[in-house]
Design a binder for this molecule. Structure first.
Ligand code: HEC
Length: 283
């Protein structure tokens, strides 16, 4: 044990030595406190280590180690090959260099690279979502847009006989109308986004057409009326639907008949089919 009055004096730091990298000889030795200058232009570009060693009068030493990187030479960018990347065949590399005293130019510093695949994938997903959203939220029957929603529903649901008495052919193919030639494609283009490619609909969003009472009804007048005039606010098989069924008056009689017949004869449905004439009379 040291005499207590001598202790504070003897613990005083008496020398500070600065070492560079793994040198055993100090770069400089100071008495604290001191200011020191490090001339990095004398060093090679790359990683270095500065060690500062302090020693007190009792011989205790403290060491502080500071790793640093010198860059006085030109900066280098390489695009097309990343560290430890697994590669094969021929590679196209973009190499560039800019000096430390050139003004920083992001265009040169970031040598041009291809747009990453994920950017395209994200854009496609966002576009698909926007399309789906627009279709489900904003496409409405014409009558509904005109503020006539209740009438649109009533018109679609009204027994058509009240407007024009008609008889349905129920034998489109026999009458020379080949719905199978165009029906599946027209259904895929106009209806499948909501009702599904297999007519299964989307639970809570869009009704299934497989087994649907309107599609499997012997009498097709409601089926034709809904496609021509749209539908909104109907509870189908005990379920209400928040979105609306758009009207398709722009489709030709042939196209509507082909779609309706495709629905009436697919996914387990087996109800009488119609001809384009039936659509014409229902308009
Ligand atoms: C934008 C989405 C959407 C598209 C596209 C769409 N529908 Fe609909 N459809 C609906 C919704 C929603 C309902 C239910 C409306 C309701 O409950 O009032 C519906 C209902 C129906 C119904 C009535 C079912 C019943 O039991 O009353 C039929 C039939 C139908 N759609 C056929 C079609 C056909 C055929 C096409 C293509 C020409 C088509 N839909 C395209 C959304 C759509």
């Amino acid at each position: 044990m040291q005499p207590s009055e001598g202790y504070p004096e003897s613990g005083k730091v008496v020398s500070l030595s600065v070492y560079l990298d793994d040198a055993t000889e100090p770069l400089a030795t100071y008495h604290p406190p001191a200011t020191a200058e490090l001339d990095t232009t004398a060093l090679e570009d790359g990683p270095h280590v500065l060690r500062v060693r302090a020693q007190d009068a009792l011989g205790h030493a403290g060491v502080r180690v500071i790793p640093f990187v010198v860059q006085n030479g030109p900066g280098i960018t390489v695009t097309g090959l990343r560290a430890n990347e697994r590669v094969s065949g021929r590679l196209e590399l973009a190499v560039n260099a800019f000096s430390a005293n050139e003004p920083f130019d992001p265009v040169r510093a970031e040598s041009s690279g291809p747009i990453p695949v994920w950017t395209w994938v994200m854009s496609a997903l966002i576009a698909a979502w926007a399309g789906w959203y627009g279709l489900t939220e904003f496409q409405q029957p014409t009558a509904f847009l005109q503020g006539d929603a209740p009438n649109a529903v009533a018109a679609a649901n009204a027994p058509m006989g009240e407007k024009a008495p008609m008889a349905y052919s129920g034998h489109g193919v026999a009458a020379g109308f080949d719905y199978a030639a165009t029906g599946p494609q027209l259904y895929a283009t106009n209806c499948s986004a909501c009702h599904g490619v297999n007519g299964a609909g989307v639970p809570g969003g869009f009704p299934a057409l497989a087994g649907d009472p309107v599609v499997t009804a012997k009498d097709p007048k409601l089926h034709i009326g809904i496609v021509l005039r749209g539908l909104h606010g109907k509870t189908i098989v005990g379920k209400p639907y928040a979105s609306q069924m758009p009207a398709f008056p722009q489709l030709s009689d042939n196209d509507i008949a082909a779609i309706i017949d495709h629905e009436r004869t697919s996914w387990g449905n087996n109800s009488p089919i119609i001809s384009p004439d039936d659509v014409k009379r229902a308009r």
